[in-house]
Design a protein around this ligand. Structure first.
Ligand SMILES: C[S@@+](CC[C@H](N)C(=O)[O-])C[C@H]1O[C@@H](n2cnc3c(N)ncnc32)[C@H](O)[C@@H]1O
Length: 471
């Protein structure tokens, strides 16, 4: 990798004597790390922990993740370690036990959204947004696999959030940036880098921040992050915002052993991750509190016209016991699809449907057509799913991968049932047995496209779990 000259020059100025170690680190392989979904994998793996998060771990090597059915089951997310530092900003500056409205503005592919979903209380709402449509679908897929049930995925431009004034308690802006911190993982980022692009990115970030600022409540928390190291896209932008909006800069308590670098510019604290100091990629994070007093809006006494329609009692009764605590949910119907949304979030969700382009909300449970009922993929992957309501079949590795490739797989018995297919107790999706045939209902868009290798080797992250299957 040949570093752009002006980038190297600037970093020498920024890092001084540390520059040589920094450059050497850029030529080392990037570490591999994952974050576990504790609702699906509660055990403690024998792996080194990422110190600033409770659920992140380093792997000794990079496995072929596509060939691990647990990834498709939403049991973990492959995420770069530094970016999990978001957890510190949330834990140190919010009360996560409270019901919060959180926005993840630049959400795709979903690393931070799934992380936030694991940290907030079940009564909280996360709006995971992505402006690019194709990327919003990937975000919706990852959110669905994570299975939290209190997440809404929207596909909106930041300026659309002006329709939701003072709606959010917390806002995460993981801004599109010049990607200097991704150089060793992504050679394309090196080719696209230029001083001009850094300036364009900085201007775009300011626009994005101004576009969404009004939808943060007074007293609310803004967490801003990038994966780049220049001042313009980081400290300078946040100092500019703090000055413009009279926001209060916040600092974080760091453990010196983490080797995260704290910076300060005009009273604004920033936190920098360099690959020669931490086991992770380049990252920057800063936090601000919006000043002022929040006054909850007066509720109108006029009868409200809702956009969300509740499912009929008959339809609801058909699917009610498919979730473990059905009384916690409102059951809404959109065409033939019944979804469950947390009961306490009905008003907020309706407001989102009125104002934004919602592409996924809550948990899609079933398609109902007269007496015909079809359980949906999101139900199988939901953390609230009542598995006892269905016949389940455990698959070995090869069958699980064939199922995820949407191939035909054999199964014993002869019935007319919906069958929940699992791998190591983790639901993967649905199949329907029709006589001796088994119809595969795994979503076509999610299927594994890669050919299975001649020898399947299941190298899990737990060192003891190496398996070979000769075929
Ligand atoms: C750094 S990535 C987000 C990564 C994500 N937060 C995660 O942890 O997986 C930035 C995202 O911003 C989106 N984006 C690009 N231009 C944007 C704009 N003008 N406004 C808002 N988001 C934008 C990109 O499509 C991209 O998905």
């Amino acid at each position: 990798m040949e570093l752009p000259q002006s980038f190297a020059q600037r970093m020498k100025g920024q890092l001084g004597l540390d520059y040589t170690r920094f450059e050497e680190a850029l030529h080392q392989p990037a570490p591999t790390s994952i974050r576990l979904n504790r609702n699906k994998l509660p055990g403690q793996p024998s792996l080194p922990r990422i110190p600033w998060t409770e659920t992140g771990f380093y792997l000794p090597e990079r496995p072929q993740f596509t060939l691990d059915p647990r990834l498709h089951a939403g049991a973990y997310y492959v995420q770069e370690a530094s970016s999990m530092f978001l957890e510190q900003a949330l834990r140190q500056h919010t009360d996560l036990s409270q019901p919060l409205h959180v926005l993840d503005l630049c959400g795709a592919p979903g690393g931070k959204s799934t992380h936030i979903a694991s940290l907030i209380s079940p009564d909280s709402l996360l709006v995971a947004n992505e402006v690019i449509r194709s990327r919003a679908s990937i975000l919706a897929e990852n959110v669905t696999k994570w299975g939290s049930g209190n997440v809404v995925v929207t596909n909106n431009d930041p300026r659309d959030f002006s329709r939701l004034p003072e709606f959010f308690d917390v806002m995460v802006v993981d801004a599109p940036c010049s990607g200097e911190g991704m150089f060793r993982k992504d050679p394309q980022a090196v080719n696209e880098w230029s001083d001009e692009n850094v300036n364009l990115c900085a201007q775009r970030q300011q626009r994005i921040l101004m576009d969404v600022w009004d939808s943060l409540r007074p007293g609310g928390l803004l967490i801003y992050s990038t994966c780049t190291w220049n001042l313009a896209e980081n400290e300078q932008n946040i100092a500019w915002l703090a000055d413009q909006e009279k926001a209060q800069p916040l600092s974080l308590t760091l453990d010196p052993a983490w080797r995260v670098e704290a910076t300060s510019l005009n009273g604004v604290s920033g936190y920098r991750f360099y690959p020669h100091q931490v086991q992770g990629e380049g990252f920057f994070l800063a936090a601000l509190r919006k000043t002022g007093e929040y006054e909850a809006p007066q509720r109108s006494t006029k009868k409200k016209k809702y956009k969300l329609a509740l499912a009929g009692k008959k339809e609801q009764a058909l699917v009610n016991d498919w979730l473990v605590e059905p009384y916690r949910f409102a059951w809404v119907q959109h065409g033939e699809v019944i979804s469950a949304i947390p009961e306490n979030l009905f008003e907020e969700l309706d407001e989102l449907y009125q104002n934004m382009h919602v592409i996924y909300a809550g948990t899609e449970i079933a398609e109902v057509n007269g007496k015909k009922l079809k359980p949906l993929q999101a139900l199988a992957l939901s953390q609230h799913f009542n598995k006892a309501a269905f016949r389940t079949e455990e698959l070995v590795l090869e069958s699980a991968l064939r199922y995820l490739r949407k191939e035909d797989i054999g199964i014993s018995g002869n019935s007319n049932d919906w069958i929940l297919l699992q791998f190591e107790g983790l639901p993967l999706g649905w199949a329907k047995q029709v006589g001796s045939r088994l119809n595969n209902y795994y979503p076509k868009e999610w299927r594994i496209r890669m050919e299975l290798p001649g020898v399947l080797e299941f190298k899990s992250w737990g060192v003891r779990e190496v398996r070979k299957l000769e075929r």
